[in-house]
Design a protein around this ligand. Structure first.
Ligand SMILES: C[S@@+](CC[C@H](N)C(=O)[O-])C[C@H]1O[C@@H](n2cnc3c(N)ncnc32)[C@H](O)[C@@H]1O
Length: 343
Protein backbone atom coordinates (compact mmCIF):
# COMPACT_ATOMS: atom_id res chain seq x y z
CA UNK A 1 0.00 0.00 0.00
CA UNK A 2 1.26 3.51 -0.81
CA UNK A 3 0.08 6.85 0.55
CA UNK A 4 0.16 9.86 -1.70
CA UNK A 5 -0.94 13.44 -1.23
CA UNK A 6 -2.61 15.09 -4.19
CA UNK A 7 -3.73 18.73 -3.96
CA UNK A 8 -3.85 18.38 -0.18
CA UNK A 9 -5.93 15.15 -0.24
CA UNK A 10 -4.39 12.09 1.30
CA UNK A 11 -4.95 9.09 -0.97
CA UNK A 12 -4.16 5.44 -0.47
CA UNK A 13 -3.27 3.07 -3.28
CA UNK A 14 -3.01 -0.63 -2.80
CA UNK A 15 -2.22 -1.89 -6.25
CA UNK A 16 -2.76 -0.97 -9.88
CA UNK A 17 -6.29 -2.39 -10.08
CA UNK A 18 -7.48 -0.50 -6.99
CA UNK A 19 -5.69 2.57 -8.22
CA UNK A 20 -7.70 2.41 -11.42
CA UNK A 21 -10.87 2.10 -9.33
CA UNK A 22 -9.85 5.15 -7.31
CA UNK A 23 -9.42 7.11 -10.53
CA UNK A 24 -12.66 6.06 -12.18
CA UNK A 25 -14.67 6.81 -9.03
CA UNK A 26 -13.34 10.35 -8.95
CA UNK A 27 -16.14 12.72 -10.03
CA UNK A 28 -13.92 14.81 -12.28
CA UNK A 29 -12.01 11.86 -13.60
CA UNK A 30 -11.48 13.31 -17.10
CA UNK A 31 -9.57 16.20 -15.60
CA UNK A 32 -7.77 14.28 -12.92
CA UNK A 33 -6.62 11.31 -14.94
CA UNK A 34 -3.62 12.90 -16.70
CA UNK A 35 -2.53 14.61 -13.48
CA UNK A 36 -2.74 11.38 -11.55
CA UNK A 37 -0.91 9.39 -14.16
CA UNK A 38 1.99 11.81 -14.36
CA UNK A 39 2.19 12.31 -10.60
CA UNK A 40 1.84 8.64 -9.76
CA UNK A 41 4.09 7.14 -12.40
CA UNK A 42 6.68 5.98 -9.80
CA UNK A 43 3.94 3.88 -8.18
CA UNK A 44 2.94 2.31 -11.50
CA UNK A 45 6.54 1.19 -12.04
CA UNK A 46 6.74 -0.22 -8.52
CA UNK A 47 6.91 -3.97 -8.04
CA UNK A 48 4.76 -5.48 -5.28
CA UNK A 49 6.83 -8.19 -3.58
CA UNK A 50 5.30 -11.65 -3.80
CA UNK A 51 4.96 -14.02 -0.82
CA UNK A 52 6.86 -11.43 1.18
CA UNK A 53 6.32 -12.60 4.75
CA UNK A 54 6.38 -16.30 3.93
CA UNK A 55 9.73 -15.99 2.15
CA UNK A 56 11.37 -13.76 4.76
CA UNK A 57 10.16 -16.05 7.58
CA UNK A 58 11.63 -18.90 5.53
CA UNK A 59 15.08 -17.33 5.76
CA UNK A 60 14.96 -17.64 9.59
CA UNK A 61 17.07 -14.53 9.87
CA UNK A 62 19.92 -14.23 12.35
CA UNK A 63 20.20 -10.46 12.98
CA UNK A 64 24.01 -10.71 12.93
CA UNK A 65 24.12 -12.87 9.77
CA UNK A 66 25.08 -12.25 6.15
CA UNK A 67 22.21 -12.56 3.65
CA UNK A 68 22.00 -12.48 -0.12
CA UNK A 69 19.07 -11.29 -2.22
CA UNK A 70 19.91 -12.56 -5.71
CA UNK A 71 17.05 -10.70 -7.42
CA UNK A 72 16.91 -7.20 -5.95
CA UNK A 73 14.38 -5.57 -8.35
CA UNK A 74 12.48 -2.83 -6.52
CA UNK A 75 14.01 -4.05 -3.28
CA UNK A 76 10.77 -5.20 -1.60
CA UNK A 77 12.25 -8.42 -0.22
CA UNK A 78 15.57 -6.75 0.58
CA UNK A 79 13.87 -4.01 2.63
CA UNK A 80 12.15 -6.67 4.71
CA UNK A 81 15.38 -8.64 5.26
CA UNK A 82 17.14 -5.44 6.17
CA UNK A 83 14.58 -4.58 8.86
CA UNK A 84 15.56 -7.77 10.67
CA UNK A 85 19.33 -7.20 10.62
CA UNK A 86 21.34 -5.60 13.40
CA UNK A 87 25.05 -6.17 12.89
CA UNK A 88 24.45 -8.35 9.82
CA UNK A 89 24.91 -7.55 6.15
CA UNK A 90 22.82 -7.77 3.01
CA UNK A 91 24.28 -8.21 -0.45
CA UNK A 92 21.80 -7.70 -3.27
CA UNK A 93 22.28 -8.69 -6.92
CA UNK A 94 20.50 -7.63 -10.07
CA UNK A 95 21.68 -7.70 -13.65
CA UNK A 96 19.38 -4.83 -14.56
CA UNK A 97 21.40 -1.74 -13.71
CA UNK A 98 18.25 0.41 -13.41
CA UNK A 99 17.42 -1.38 -10.15
CA UNK A 100 20.51 0.14 -8.51
CA UNK A 101 18.45 3.28 -7.92
CA UNK A 102 16.43 1.31 -5.33
CA UNK A 103 19.55 0.66 -3.22
CA UNK A 104 19.34 0.94 0.55
CA UNK A 105 21.50 3.75 1.79
CA UNK A 106 23.33 2.01 4.63
CA UNK A 107 26.86 0.67 5.00
CA UNK A 108 25.47 -2.79 5.85
CA UNK A 109 23.99 -2.98 2.32
CA UNK A 110 25.90 -3.74 -0.88
CA UNK A 111 24.38 -3.68 -4.38
CA UNK A 112 26.03 -5.79 -7.06
CA UNK A 113 25.18 -5.16 -10.70
CA UNK A 114 25.75 -8.65 -12.00
CA UNK A 115 24.23 -11.95 -13.00
CA UNK A 116 23.49 -14.27 -10.09
CA UNK A 117 25.05 -17.18 -12.00
CA UNK A 118 28.39 -15.67 -10.85
CA UNK A 119 27.34 -14.87 -7.29
CA UNK A 120 30.07 -17.01 -5.71
CA UNK A 121 32.85 -15.01 -7.39
CA UNK A 122 31.25 -11.70 -6.48
CA UNK A 123 30.88 -12.77 -2.84
CA UNK A 124 34.46 -13.99 -2.62
CA UNK A 125 35.62 -10.72 -4.15
CA UNK A 126 33.66 -8.84 -1.47
CA UNK A 127 35.27 -11.00 1.23
CA UNK A 128 32.37 -13.37 2.03
CA UNK A 129 33.29 -17.05 1.92
CA UNK A 130 29.92 -18.28 3.16
CA UNK A 131 26.56 -16.71 4.02
CA UNK A 132 23.60 -17.42 6.33
CA UNK A 133 20.90 -17.34 3.72
CA UNK A 134 20.11 -16.83 0.05
CA UNK A 135 16.83 -15.62 -1.45
CA UNK A 136 15.85 -15.57 -5.13
CA UNK A 137 12.54 -14.25 -6.47
CA UNK A 138 12.97 -15.33 -10.08
CA UNK A 139 11.93 -13.84 -13.38
CA UNK A 140 11.09 -10.29 -14.36
CA UNK A 141 9.67 -7.48 -12.28
CA UNK A 142 6.62 -5.27 -12.90
CA UNK A 143 9.12 -2.58 -13.77
CA UNK A 144 10.05 -4.58 -16.87
CA UNK A 145 6.44 -5.12 -17.96
CA UNK A 146 5.45 -1.51 -17.32
CA UNK A 147 8.14 0.00 -19.53
CA UNK A 148 6.95 -0.61 -23.08
CA UNK A 149 10.36 0.22 -24.54
CA UNK A 150 11.80 -2.85 -22.78
CA UNK A 151 9.61 -5.04 -25.01
CA UNK A 152 8.44 -7.57 -22.38
CA UNK A 153 4.72 -6.98 -22.70
CA UNK A 154 2.36 -7.98 -25.49
CA UNK A 155 -0.09 -5.40 -24.15
CA UNK A 156 1.91 -2.37 -25.33
CA UNK A 157 3.91 -1.68 -28.46
CA UNK A 158 7.66 -1.46 -28.12
CA UNK A 159 10.82 -2.82 -29.72
CA UNK A 160 11.03 -6.59 -29.29
CA UNK A 161 13.90 -6.40 -26.82
CA UNK A 162 13.31 -8.36 -23.55
CA UNK A 163 16.87 -8.03 -22.22
CA UNK A 164 16.91 -7.68 -18.43
CA UNK A 165 20.55 -6.67 -18.70
CA UNK A 166 20.59 -3.86 -21.25
CA UNK A 167 24.27 -4.37 -22.05
CA UNK A 168 23.67 -7.96 -23.22
CA UNK A 169 23.69 -8.51 -26.99
CA UNK A 170 20.89 -10.98 -27.68
CA UNK A 171 17.38 -9.56 -28.14
CA UNK A 172 14.02 -11.20 -28.80
CA UNK A 173 13.93 -9.49 -32.21
CA UNK A 174 17.19 -11.24 -33.13
CA UNK A 175 15.71 -14.61 -32.17
CA UNK A 176 12.47 -14.29 -34.13
CA UNK A 177 14.26 -12.95 -37.21
CA UNK A 178 17.20 -15.34 -37.26
CA UNK A 179 16.53 -18.71 -35.62
CA UNK A 180 15.71 -21.66 -37.86
CA UNK A 181 12.06 -22.83 -37.75
CA UNK A 182 13.21 -25.97 -35.88
CA UNK A 183 14.97 -23.92 -33.19
CA UNK A 184 12.03 -21.56 -32.84
CA UNK A 185 9.62 -24.45 -32.52
CA UNK A 186 11.79 -26.14 -29.83
CA UNK A 187 12.03 -22.87 -27.91
CA UNK A 188 8.24 -22.32 -27.89
CA UNK A 189 7.60 -25.93 -26.98
CA UNK A 190 10.16 -26.17 -24.18
CA UNK A 191 10.05 -22.70 -22.64
CA UNK A 192 6.46 -21.77 -23.41
CA UNK A 193 4.84 -25.23 -23.26
CA UNK A 194 2.97 -24.28 -26.44
CA UNK A 195 1.42 -27.33 -28.08
CA UNK A 196 1.26 -25.90 -31.62
CA UNK A 197 4.85 -24.60 -31.38
CA UNK A 198 5.56 -25.78 -34.91
CA UNK A 199 2.73 -23.72 -36.37
CA UNK A 200 3.86 -20.67 -34.37
CA UNK A 201 7.41 -21.03 -35.74
CA UNK A 202 6.14 -21.42 -39.32
CA UNK A 203 4.03 -18.27 -39.08
CA UNK A 204 6.98 -16.28 -37.74
CA UNK A 205 9.16 -17.43 -40.62
CA UNK A 206 6.44 -16.63 -43.18
CA UNK A 207 6.07 -13.11 -41.76
CA UNK A 208 9.79 -12.34 -41.50
CA UNK A 209 10.32 -13.43 -45.11
CA UNK A 210 8.19 -10.43 -46.09
CA UNK A 211 9.37 -7.93 -43.47
CA UNK A 212 11.44 -8.22 -40.27
CA UNK A 213 9.47 -8.58 -37.02
CA UNK A 214 10.68 -5.62 -34.99
CA UNK A 215 8.10 -4.77 -32.37
CA UNK A 216 5.91 -6.54 -29.82
CA UNK A 217 2.82 -5.71 -31.88
CA UNK A 218 4.52 -6.99 -35.08
CA UNK A 219 4.87 -10.33 -33.31
CA UNK A 220 1.27 -10.34 -32.03
CA UNK A 221 0.07 -9.52 -35.56
CA UNK A 222 2.20 -12.27 -37.08
CA UNK A 223 0.57 -14.78 -34.73
CA UNK A 224 -3.02 -13.53 -34.99
CA UNK A 225 -4.02 -16.55 -37.11
CA UNK A 226 -3.07 -19.02 -34.35
CA UNK A 227 -4.00 -16.84 -31.37
CA UNK A 228 -7.14 -18.29 -29.75
CA UNK A 229 -10.05 -15.86 -29.40
CA UNK A 230 -10.66 -17.20 -25.91
CA UNK A 231 -7.65 -17.04 -23.57
CA UNK A 232 -5.79 -14.87 -26.08
CA UNK A 233 -3.65 -13.40 -23.28
CA UNK A 234 -2.69 -16.79 -21.95
CA UNK A 235 -1.34 -17.85 -25.33
CA UNK A 236 0.59 -14.61 -25.94
CA UNK A 237 2.00 -14.73 -22.41
CA UNK A 238 3.46 -18.16 -23.20
CA UNK A 239 4.99 -16.93 -26.48
CA UNK A 240 6.56 -13.92 -24.76
CA UNK A 241 7.70 -16.00 -21.77
CA UNK A 242 9.52 -18.47 -24.05
CA UNK A 243 11.42 -15.71 -25.84
CA UNK A 244 12.28 -13.95 -22.57
CA UNK A 245 13.68 -17.15 -21.04
CA UNK A 246 15.95 -17.65 -24.06
CA UNK A 247 17.04 -14.01 -24.34
CA UNK A 248 18.11 -13.94 -20.68
CA UNK A 249 19.43 -17.53 -20.55
CA UNK A 250 17.24 -17.98 -17.48
CA UNK A 251 17.44 -21.75 -17.22
CA UNK A 252 21.24 -21.89 -17.49
CA UNK A 253 21.60 -19.06 -14.95
CA UNK A 254 19.23 -20.78 -12.50
CA UNK A 255 21.06 -24.11 -12.76
CA UNK A 256 24.48 -22.51 -12.30
CA UNK A 257 23.27 -20.45 -9.35
CA UNK A 258 21.66 -23.46 -7.61
CA UNK A 259 24.81 -25.52 -8.12
CA UNK A 260 26.81 -22.90 -6.19
CA UNK A 261 24.48 -22.72 -3.19
CA UNK A 262 25.72 -25.80 -1.23
CA UNK A 263 29.25 -24.41 -1.01
CA UNK A 264 28.15 -20.85 -0.23
CA UNK A 265 25.51 -21.44 2.47
CA UNK A 266 26.60 -22.20 6.04
CA UNK A 267 25.23 -25.32 7.81
CA UNK A 268 21.76 -24.46 9.11
CA UNK A 269 21.49 -21.59 6.61
CA UNK A 270 18.48 -21.31 4.33
CA UNK A 271 17.85 -21.28 0.58
CA UNK A 272 14.54 -19.62 -0.31
CA UNK A 273 13.30 -19.52 -3.91
CA UNK A 274 10.15 -18.16 -5.53
CA UNK A 275 9.43 -19.46 -9.04
CA UNK A 276 6.80 -18.45 -11.61
CA UNK A 277 6.63 -21.33 -14.08
CA UNK A 278 6.83 -25.09 -13.99
CA UNK A 279 10.25 -25.38 -15.66
CA UNK A 280 11.91 -23.31 -12.94
CA UNK A 281 9.90 -24.91 -10.18
CA UNK A 282 10.85 -28.45 -11.24
CA UNK A 283 14.56 -27.58 -11.20
CA UNK A 284 14.32 -25.97 -7.76
CA UNK A 285 12.22 -28.80 -6.32
CA UNK A 286 14.59 -31.50 -7.61
CA UNK A 287 17.69 -29.65 -6.51
CA UNK A 288 16.42 -29.06 -2.99
CA UNK A 289 15.37 -32.69 -2.62
CA UNK A 290 18.34 -34.41 -4.18
CA UNK A 291 21.16 -31.97 -4.96
CA UNK A 292 20.73 -32.60 -8.71
CA UNK A 293 18.28 -31.50 -11.40
CA UNK A 294 16.93 -34.95 -12.17
CA UNK A 295 15.74 -35.43 -8.59
CA UNK A 296 17.69 -38.71 -8.20
CA UNK A 297 18.55 -39.50 -4.60
CA UNK A 298 21.67 -41.69 -4.31
CA UNK A 299 21.82 -44.22 -1.46
CA UNK A 300 24.30 -46.96 -0.52
CA UNK A 301 23.51 -50.67 0.06
CA UNK A 302 22.44 -49.84 3.63
CA UNK A 303 19.98 -47.26 2.38
CA UNK A 304 22.06 -44.29 3.65
CA UNK A 305 21.49 -41.26 1.45
CA UNK A 306 24.57 -39.48 0.10
CA UNK A 307 25.30 -36.15 -1.51
CA UNK A 308 22.10 -34.34 -0.58
CA UNK A 309 23.23 -30.89 0.59
CA UNK A 310 19.83 -29.59 1.71
CA UNK A 311 16.92 -30.68 3.84
CA UNK A 312 13.54 -29.56 2.48
CA UNK A 313 11.75 -27.32 4.99
CA UNK A 314 8.32 -27.17 3.33
CA UNK A 315 7.38 -30.50 1.77
CA UNK A 316 4.25 -28.90 0.40
CA UNK A 317 4.96 -25.98 -1.89
CA UNK A 318 3.82 -22.59 -0.51
CA UNK A 319 1.52 -20.55 -2.77
CA UNK A 320 -0.07 -17.12 -2.28
CA UNK A 321 -3.49 -16.92 -0.67
CA UNK A 322 -6.56 -15.61 -2.50
CA UNK A 323 -6.19 -12.20 -0.96
CA UNK A 324 -2.64 -11.77 -2.28
CA UNK A 325 -3.65 -12.96 -5.75
CA UNK A 326 -6.58 -10.53 -5.82
CA UNK A 327 -4.26 -7.67 -4.88
CA UNK A 328 -1.40 -8.66 -7.15
CA UNK A 329 -2.17 -10.72 -10.25
CA UNK A 330 1.57 -11.42 -10.76
CA UNK A 331 1.45 -13.58 -7.62
CA UNK A 332 -0.96 -15.99 -9.36
CA UNK A 333 1.68 -18.46 -10.52
CA UNK A 334 4.18 -18.03 -7.66
CA UNK A 335 5.56 -21.04 -5.79
CA UNK A 336 7.82 -20.81 -2.78
CA UNK A 337 10.30 -23.51 -1.75
CA UNK A 338 12.56 -23.43 1.29
CA UNK A 339 15.50 -25.68 2.14
CA UNK A 340 18.08 -25.76 4.94
CA UNK A 341 21.78 -26.54 4.46
CA UNK A 342 22.70 -29.81 6.14
CA UNK A 343 25.49 -29.88 8.75
C1 LIG B 1 10.75 -10.78 -9.70
S1 LIG B 1 11.92 -9.52 -9.74
C2 LIG B 1 12.40 -9.37 -8.05
C3 LIG B 1 11.55 -8.43 -7.30
C4 LIG B 1 12.04 -8.16 -5.89
N1 LIG B 1 12.01 -9.33 -5.08
C5 LIG B 1 11.23 -7.06 -5.26
O1 LIG B 1 10.65 -7.28 -4.21
O2 LIG B 1 11.18 -5.96 -5.82
C6 LIG B 1 13.31 -10.31 -10.38
C7 LIG B 1 14.54 -9.42 -10.53
O3 LIG B 1 15.65 -10.27 -10.70
C8 LIG B 1 16.47 -9.81 -11.72
N2 LIG B 1 17.10 -11.00 -12.30
C9 LIG B 1 16.52 -12.00 -12.99
N3 LIG B 1 17.42 -12.91 -13.36
C10 LIG B 1 18.62 -12.49 -12.87
C11 LIG B 1 19.94 -13.00 -12.93
N4 LIG B 1 20.22 -14.14 -13.58
N5 LIG B 1 20.92 -12.32 -12.30
C12 LIG B 1 20.64 -11.16 -11.65
N6 LIG B 1 19.42 -10.61 -11.58
C13 LIG B 1 18.41 -11.27 -12.19
C14 LIG B 1 15.56 -9.06 -12.68
O4 LIG B 1 16.27 -8.08 -13.37
C15 LIG B 1 14.50 -8.50 -11.73
O5 LIG B 1 14.82 -7.19 -11.35
Amino acid sequence: MTEYTLNGHKMRFFNKRQWAVAVSRTANCQLLLPTLISKLSPIVAHHTPVLLHESIDGLKINPEGVYVDLTFGSGGHSQEIFKKLKGGKLIAFDHDEETKQNSINDKRFVFVHGNFRFFKNFLLYLGFKKVHGVLADLGVSSHHFDKKERGFSFRSDGLLDMRMNKSAKLTAAYLVNNLTPEKLSKLFFEFGEIRNANQVAQLIVKTRNVKPIETTFDLCKALSQVTPKVNEHKFLAKVFQALRIEVNAEIEALKEMLTLTPEMILPGGRLVIITYHSLEDRLVKNFMRSGNFEGKVESDVFGNIHGVPFKVVNNKVIVPNENEINNNSRARSAKLRIAERND
